[in-house]
Design a protein around this ligand. Structure first.
Ligand code: SF4
Length: 308
């Protein structure tokens, strides 16, 4: 199927006077693995929570979300929460917050499969556990599984309601590199088998380079660049993406020191009149603070900077 499964445009999240998401805009195609990357505090997780109306109490969202071509106002928590589970499932970085220690793994997956309308929830749970490399582990409790096995059980649970989009929020950040690779390969295999799209939230540009079809980069609550992964990584157009890529590649300045991103990201409490990267950007000019830079584009690759 062609077209966008989901798109967000001008998404904002406010918590009191703070604005952890100022302008998040990106889209996910059917069957696509999209990476949403940026440093901690850039607004990635808050963006994901807004998509399924799981924001903290007292938070409010604004902006436009389109799902399967239907527009939903980001403040419409009733319609967005209806997407949760059967349409959009979320895997968090902490298995202990999603797996109930009091119940066997199989039972927890069966329950979700039943809610998702599976004809035979028991069979579906066994099939998912088998596919996740956990055949026979259905009678185990979460504490009897390793970290990697818990992530696999979480994936089986997230997919039990047959969602169309899986949001995976830093799900491999606590895993060693071998377990991370096997968890990501399992997710990609499941995507192929189940016509699933993926929104992979990560601070790691290397993870995005290995597994994503396309990338959206966030800084200070704003999406600053979006495009096909190969294009964004080979020809980053936004200075923030350029520096992220240089840091990941351990590039060095002419004086031999490792490239770093200086300064700090504006906090959600700060008012930022223009580009959120201006305080850290080596190319900043006075006009960068004359309002948020408009999108520039080159085909499907777009970025928010006065240059390019
Ligand atoms: S708009 Fe200005 S401050 Fe922002 S990334 Fe571009 S050059 Fe840097």
């Amino acid at each position: 199927m062609e077209g966008k499964l989901l798109s967000a445009d001008g998404l904002r999240v406010m918590i009191g006077k703070e604005e952890p998401v100022r302008a998040s805009s990106f889209s996910i195609d059917y069957g696509e693995a999209k990476a949403l990357i940026g440093e901690s505090g850039s607004g990635k997780s808050m963006t994901a929570l807004a998509l399924i109306a799981l924001l903290p109490e007292h938070a409010a969202a604004e902006g436009r979300i389109a799902y399967r071509g239907t527009e939903i106002d980001a403040s419409d928590t009733k319609r967005l929460s209806a997407l949760r589970g059967r349409e959009i499932a979320m895997m968090s970085q902490d298995p202990s917050s999603s797996l109930n220690p009091a119940y066997r793994i199989g039972k927890q997956i069966r329950r979700i499969a039943a809610i998702g309308g599976a004809e035979d929830p028991r069979m579906e749970a066994e099939r998912l556990l088998e596919a996740a490399g956990l055949g026979g582990a259905g009678r185990k409790y979460p504490h009897q599984l390793s970290g990697g096995m818990c992530q696999r059980a979480l994936l089986a649970m997230a997919l039990a309601a047959s969602p169309s989009l899986l949001i995976a929020d830093e799900v491999t950040s606590s895993l060693d590199s071998d377990t991370e690779r096997s968890a990501m390969e399992l997710i990609l295999t499941m995507m192929g088998e189940r016509a699933l799209s993926l929104l992979m939230i990560s601070h790691s540009i290397a993870l995005a380079a290995s597994y994503a079809d396309s990338i959206a980069v966030m800084h200070g609550g704003c999406t600053v660049e979006e495009g096909p992964a190969a294009e964004v990584l080979r020809h980053p157009a936004h200075p923030y993406t350029e520096l992220l890529a240089a840091c990941a590649a351990m590039k060095r300045d002419p004086d031999g020191t490792l490239v770093t991103i200086g300064g700090r990201m504006p906090s959600p409490a700060e008012k930022v009149p223009g580009c959120t990267f201006a305080g850290r950007c080596p190319y900043a000019e006075r006009r960068c603070m004359d309002g948020m830079p408009a999108w520039r584009s080159n085909g499907s690759h777009r970025w928010r900077c006065i240059h390019g």
